[in-house]
Every structure is written in C-alpha cells, then in structure tokens.
Design a protein. Structure first.
Length: 370
C-alpha cells in the first residue's frame, strides 16, 4: 500500500505567515509600516551607533562607520527632497546624488570604509556614447568604486569595460515595465516580469519540513514565456504541482528538514531557501498592499536595484554634461518612461535599501493617501 501524499500548507512561525524577502530579515517578521523611511532609517542608525558605548579595536571603527552612514542618509534625504521641488534636468542630478549617498550608507553598514579612501562612481558616460554606460576599471591603490562594491554586496559580479545600455536599464524596473513594453522600448516580444505568488509551505500537523510554492494565473500563458518553467534553469529547481484555483503551481525540489520550535533551524532553513529564490530571478515591487512579486523570465545580468542605480547615474550624467543628448533622449522617445521613473524608482530604491540596511521589511502604510 503506497504512503499518502504529504499535504503542504502555508508555513507559519509564531502564528505569522512566512513570506520571501531578500532583506536578511527573520522568517515571519512583520512589516515595519512607515510613511517616512528616512526618519526610520536615521533612528535605526543612531540607535546602532549609540549602543556602542565602549570603543575597542573592533567596535570603534564600526561606530565611526555608523556615524558616517547617518551623515550620508541625511544628505541623501536632502537631495531627494530638493529634487521633488524642481524639474528636469535638475531633478535628475539631485536624484542621482540622493541614490549615491544612500548607497554609500549601505556600503558603510556592510563594513566598507569610505572617506579615508578615494571614491569613484564606478560608471561613466563616455563622450562617444549616447545610450550606454561603461563600467569603469578597478581603481589602483586604496580607491573604491561605489558601483563595483554595490554590485558585489548584492551578490553579482561585473567585468570592467562592459557596457550597460539604456534599453537594458529601463527594461529591468518592474514599476515601469508595462509602460516600457507598450511604448515598444522593450527589445523583447513578450513581457519579462510575470506576476507570481510565493508561499513558504510546511507539512500539515507535523511541521517538520520547509519548502516554498510558486504560482501564476493561467491567463498569463499567452503573454509571458511560461514555457521556461518546463526546461532549463527553472525546471532544475522547481517541479510541477497540482493546479490551484486557475493557477499553475510549482514547488521547489528542495524540501528542508525543520525543527519547528527552534529559532536556529527556522532562520537557517529560511535563509537557504531565500538564496535559492534569488537564483529564480525573483523581483519585488512595493505597493500600498505590500510587496508584489515577479519572476523575470528573460533576465539580464543584474537585478532591479543595480539597474536602478545605473539608470539614475545615466539620467544624472546626461543632465549635468550633455544638453544636446538631454534633448534627444530624455525629452524624446524616452520622455514618458523617464518621467515615470523619476516619480517611482527613487522611492522603491529607498524602501528596499532601508530594508537591506535594517534587515526589516519596510513598507508603505495603507492609510498613506499621498
């Protein structure tokens, strides 16, 4: 007689549903709802700074880095608030400096020592180029490339001298994806970002296993390249499961052993499954209903945050140095996309970087009517 099939249900830790986030948070963490992520981030950094009361060889430099991070966050906030009160192209310059300084704060929290080393942007818009950036060479001596370090911290690699073109940048931001596709600026026949639902699951009643389930609505079969689920990289990680309410369902092939009453077991298994999800090219977009999930079925080399940084650098560089190009690109075919980008991307970036710094899930309160 065959054994009954294991029934998996929504995983819960301390009665809280467990969801995927890439912020280093613990499984089952609740949202930190804030209409002002700047103040939340500054309060977090100040608290971490003030907790270090005794300077040692290890804690002293960390305290100094937290002080600098707090400074750069304040600078980033001022730049973005100033950008809100001006038009393009000035807005592009101020917004890039906000993103730059917020990224520097992130790197300081991750242990990079800024101010004592020569800093480079890490990207350049060469005079001979109009719609692509060049990844700069590695600095000599003790210099630091901000972009290179940021890419490394997010788990990616790069090759100095490689190009990142404008279409690639605007094609990789979920918040403007539909507009980019409908304007014909996406160099692909089908949309990239498939809306999905992700659930962590566990075996009912026993709670000794942990995995995750991914699903999408069947209506998307004709508008996205869903055939990728049945071959190649996705098929190596996922297996088809029974459909649920007009949704195609897949379960991870990795089913981990869980000790349900152990925090160590929960955190270790959750972290391992989150690492696997990163390989699936899961992308996030923040809305008033929380984070929405997408799987990138036609991925490029980097993730959304990296392309967001690169696009802000491009817009800022065009604004500062290339008036003719500004008229051709930012005021031409890309005007609508760039306009929408400037309204949405800096705040997506702010909330997600705040999450990475604090290791919490920062989100917009539904009561926020702005």
């Amino acid at each position: 007689m065959s054994r009954p099939k294991t029934k998996f249900v929504q995983a819960r830790r301390n009665y809280n549903s467990v969801h995927y986030f890439p912020f280093g948070n613990e499984p089952g963490d609740s949202y930190v709802l804030t209409s002002d992520p700047w103040n939340y981030l500054k309060a977090f950094l100040k608290n971490e700074h003030d907790k270090i009361r005794k300077r040692t060889a290890k804690s002293g430099p960390k305290k100094d880095r937290l002080f600098k991070a707090l400074y750069f966050v304040s600078l980033a906030e001022s730049f973005l608030k100033s950008a809100d009160n001006v038009e393009m192209p000035t807005k592009g310059t101020l917004t890039y400096y906000s993103v730059l300084n917020l990224t520097k704060a992130f790197l300081l929290v991750r242990g990079y020592d800024l101010e004592t080393n020569t800093e480079y942007h890490g990207l350049s818009l060469n005079s001979s180029d109009t719609d692509q950036l060049t990844i700069s060479k590695n600095p000599t001596g003790t210099g630091i490339n901000i972009f290179h370090s940021f890419v490394k911290e997010l788990g990616y690699s790069l090759n100095p001298g490689d190009k990142i073109n404008l279409i690639e940048m605007v094609s990789n931001l979920p918040e403007i994806h539909e507009m980019t596709f409908n304007l014909g600026l996406l160099n692909k026949r089908k949309r990239k970002f498939l809306p999905i639902k992700i659930e962590f699951i566990s075996n009912e009643n026993r709670w000794t296993k942990l995995s995750y389930r991914l699903s999408y609505e069947k209506k998307h079969k004709n508008t996205y390249r869903v055939e990728k689920f049945t071959s190649g990289h996705l098929a190596s990680l996922l297996t088809k499961s029974d459909d649920i309410n007009e949704r195609e369902v897949f379960i991870s092939k990795q089913i981990r052993t869980l000790t349900h009453n152990s925090d160590i077991s929960w955190c270790a298994n959750y972290a391992e499954l989150c690492l696997e999800m990163k390989k699936l090219n899961i992308r996030l977009m923040l809305t008033r209903q929380g984070y929405k999930y997408y799987i990138d079925l036609q991925p490029d080399q980097y993730d959304t945050l990296i392309y967001s940084y690169a696009l802000m650098f491009y817009i800022g560089s065009v604004a500062r140095y290339r008036p003719t190009l500004n008229e051709e690109i930012l005021e031409g075919d890309y005007k609508a996309v760039i306009s929408e980008t400037m309204k949405s991307t800096p705040r997506q970036y702010l909330y997600q970087i705040t999450g990475l710094i604090t290791k919490k899930i920062c989100a917009i309160p539904m009561a926020n009517l702005d």
